[in-house]
Write a protein that binds this ligand. Structure first.
Ligand SMILES: N[C@@H](CCC(=O)N[C@@H](CS)C(=O)NCC(=O)O)C(=O)O
Length: 303
């Protein structure tokens, strides 16, 4: 369920649509995409995760899970990106992003759940393969581990991340395998239909697109998904709805989540060791996918 109660009177007094998000966050991106597709104008509140603005008292009062995105609509607060996009589809006029057909509804729900279930993997691989130098620096500078409750998921994750040897090879292998399995599933879906849940662009595409973009930023070999709908790129651009930014310099456009400066900062090798390691894990996973596909050409995996 997307809606939560907030204790913040200033939030309850808001009118219109407000998105608390981060431009690099794949979860936030799917919400921007849904708002864009429905043509909903909104006020953008950029949350700087490197500076841990998501851990401030004000933000935790908004979302006790300490994560973005959070959508506020006429003073009511919604969390969990896949629930939020479903809410947006139902709450606003514009193209229906899940048609009424019960089969498509069920398929979309399954694809959204699969996308939500992959989030820990995306986070793990982002920390390891995309933003490690920056995340390490930020976590140490902000005493991130000390700030977390012992025994919480966030504490466990940071303990592993900040351990002297970092994540173990077994762990990395398992997470890369989870990503590959998800992409195999998408490829099998897209063999039969132009969009993930059928003939038209919908919530499933919106949910998965940022995950694929993230994998691409990590230089995951996306040729393992030859049926990836290239129309998506165009779909994510264009001025369908525009946020009014509270911080104009941070968030110039709704979906410009990869401004050149960010790509240059995060996508380029900082430490040769990390990137050589990443390439061997990711290429290994891709070859496994291709070998599996070649040995069982008729296999169909359904979400
Ligand atoms: N299940 C949540 C996950 C949200 C999430 O993990 N957000 C990340 C960015 S994609 C975040 O805020 N991370 C900050 C942190 O963990 O400190 C959703 O789908 O909304």
């Amino acid at each position: 369920m997307a809606e939560i109660e907030t204790t913040r009177a200033d939030i309850r007094a808001l009118t219109g649509v407000h998105l608390y998000h981060n431009y690099m966050s794949n979860c936030s991106q799917r919400v921007s995409l849904a708002l864009r597709e429905k043509g909903v104008d909104y006020v953008s509140h950029h949350i700087d995760l490197q500076r841990q603005e998501n851990l401030t008292d004000a933000f935790v009062a908004l979302n006790p899970n300490k994560v973005v995105p959070v959508l506020v609509h006429d003073g009511r607060t919604y969390v969990e990106s896949n629930d939020i996009i479903d809410y947006i589809d139902k709450a606003f006029a514009g193209p229906k992003l899940i048609p009424d057909d019960p089969q498509i509804v069920a398929l979309t729900e399954a694809l959204l759940s699969a996308s939500a279930a992959l989030q820990d993997t995306i986070k793990f691989l982002t920390y390891e393969f995309l933003m490690k130098p920056i995340s390490l620096k930020s976590a140490r500078k902000n005493n991130a581990l000390e700030a977390e409750e012992v025994g919480s998921d966030r504490h466990r994750f940071l303990t592993e991340f900040l351990a002297p040897g970092g994540f173990t090879n077994d762990r990395i292998t398992a997470e890369v395998a989870a990503l590959s399995a998800a992409f195999d599933m998408l490829e099998h879906r897209l063999t039969d239909t132009p969009w993930l849940s059928g003939a038209t662009y919908g919530l499933a595409d919106i949910s998965w697109f940022p995950n694929l973009r993230r994998a691409k930023m990590m230089r995951y070999p996306l040729n393992v998904i030859p049926h990836w709908p290239h129309g998506l790129r165009g779909r994510a651009r264009g001025p369908r709805s525009k946020p009014r930014s509270c911080r104009p310099n941070n968030w110039p456009r709704a979906c410009s989540w990869q401004p050149t400066a960010v790509t240059a900062r995060c996508g380029e090798p900082r430490s040769r060791h990390i990137w050589v390691r990443r390439d061997s894990f990711l290429q290994g996973a891709a070859s496994n996918s291709q070998a599996k596909a070649a040995s069982s050409p008729n296999r169909r995996v359904r979400a």
